[in-house]
Every structure is written in C-alpha cells, then in structure tokens.
Design a binder for this molecule. Sequence first.
Ligand code: OMP
Length: 266
Amino acid sequence: MTFARRLAAAQEQFGAVCVGADPHASILEAWGLPDSPAGLARFADIFTEAFSGSVASIKPQVAFFERHGSAGLAVLENLIGAFREAGTLVIADAKRGDIGSTMAGYAQAWLGEGPLGSDAVTLSPYLGVGALAPAFDLAAENGRGVYVLAVTSNPEGASIQGAGVPPVAQTVIDELGAWNDRLWPGQAGSIGAVVGATAGPRLAQWGISLEPLHGLILAPGVGAQGATRAEAEALAVGNLLSVPVSRGILRAGPDMSSLKDSHLTF
Ligand SMILES: O=C(O)c1cc(=O)[nH]c(=O)n1[C@@H]1O[C@H](COP(=O)(O)O)[C@@H](O)[C@H]1O
C-alpha cells in the first residue's frame, strides 16, 4: 500500500497531528534527565510509552540524536523500530539532499530496510528536485514517502524561496506535482511539500498555489513557533495535511497522563 494511503488511514483513526520527537537539551532538562545517551534513551522510553500505537505518526528530528554520536543513533534506531512495529508511521526529519548517486545512499538509509529505515523522510531540494529522484523512486517501489522543503516555517527562508518569477517555491511544488503524477498516476502521490503553518502570508504575497502538488503537506510551526491549527489547515488545498508539533507537546512531559493527552489539544 502507498504511504499516502497508509497515512490517510492512520489520520482517519487518530487525527492529523504528528508528534515531534525532538529531545532538545532543554526538554531533557525539563524532564529531569541528563543531556547524555542515557538521558536520551530514557526520553525515548517515555515518548514510546506515551505515543506508540495512539497517534497517526511521529517525526523524530534526527539532529537531536546525532548530537550524541553513535550512542544517540542507536537510540533513534530503537525508537524507529518500536513505533513501526506498533503500526505508528515514522517520518524521519533528516532534511537530506545531494547529487543523485549520493542521494541513493541517503534513500537507502532512511527509506530502506536498514535500522534507520522509516516510513518517510524530509528532503532539501537545493541541488534540484530531480536530484532527489533516487528517494522518489525508492518510495514508489516500497510504499514509503518523502517531504520536500518548499516554504519553510522560518523567516530566513524567504529570500531564496520567494526569489524569481515564478518563485523558487512554486517551481519546487510544480516539479513535485509532476513526480507525483508520474509515479502515482490517478491517485494521491506519496511526495509531500513542507509548507510552514507560519507561512500563509508569504504564500499569499508570492501567489503560491499548492493545488498542483497532488500529494501531501507537512505544516510545522504550530505551537512553539506561534502558528495555529487553523492556519495549518488553510494550507491543505486538496492535499493530505499532517501537522507536526514538537515542543508544544513535549512541554507537557514527563508526566505520563499529561503527555498522552497533550496532542489532543492541537
Ligand atoms: O521539516 C520540518 O519538519 C520543519 C520544516 C520547517 O520549515 N520548520 C520546522 O520547524 N520544521 C521542523 O518541525 C519541528 C518544529 O518543532 P516545534 O516548533 O517545537 O513544534 C522541528 O523538528 C523542525 O526542525
């Protein structure tokens, strides 16, 4: 089954919130845990108990695991495995992107059968949308998905993403839509665009249309970055929307019952 269909079924059951697994040093501290591989492992245990099997998807931000080196990556591997085994979709937020041959390596790492293999991965299109083809092709082959940065939630992205006529972001979205149509003809594609929930005013100012995407939208920025769920929902325009929330949810921990319920408030 395609990633888009699996995600649609999961969101029908659990809703569109994607819980961010972002163990910032400040979150570990707030949870009374050391900023070490042992603290990270304890974070992962609590996070797994709170959310595995009870939300549609999670999004581990891999930087917060990488900063602990190989021990941190081992925690990430276990986390990915535990959630996938429970049937909760894992979107690895790795923001990878490189020339085609190296891209094939990243695709195998994050969308393959190895220990970091996830249901979907985030990618950066700065080397060209076409350079990401190895990830698109693997996703089509094995029922995985990708999310490509288009209009990011941070203000610094504007000078590049809004440059040109049509703006770079529109070109990214149009090219992603063409890939979706080619790889998943006649159905929702499993390639998504990352469009910040904070980015509504930029979309309007640049005249960006998300309609040609024919796929998925990931709209970060709700909660800690100040955007609302309604602002995220306004972005869907016929695409399947997921709303990742990291700090807004994690700040409810480590108390298990507050943490378990926190995603319901978004
Ligand atoms: O790709 C992403 O997920 C992403 C893209 C973007 O434009 N903005 C953005 O904040 N993110 C990620 O979404 C999460 C947002 O975290 P919170 O602001 O704590 O909810 C972080 O993991 C970011 O790395």
